[in-house]
Write a protein that binds this ligand. Structure first.
Ligand code: CA
Ligand code: CA
Length: 75
């Protein structure tokens, strides 16, 4: 019998919007992380879905605007 593992999500159960490095704030380090993937699409191996905040498959200016809205926030 073939056992098929359901896909297990290893990301933390709660992702705080904009806190890409997971240190519970949205600061310059998160912006740097964001800038590294800026412009990538879902077909790119370095694409990070967490940074595609509007889930349209492209990390672009709309995501930057969403990021800007939470910039400076602490969780
Ligand atoms: Ca952070
Ligand atoms: Ca997007």
């Amino acid at each position: 019998m073939q056992q098929e593992m359901s896909q297990i999500d290893i990301t933390p159960s709660v992702f705080h919007a904009g806190d890409f490095d997971g240190d519970l704030d949205v600061d310059i380090l998160d912006l740097l992380a964001f800038s590294e993937v800026y412009g990538l699409t879902s077909s790119d191996p370095n694409y990070d879905a967490r940074m595609d905040m509007d889930n349209d498959g492209v990390i672009g200016v709309l995501d930057l605007l969403l990021f800007a809205e939470v910039y400076g926030k602490t969780y």
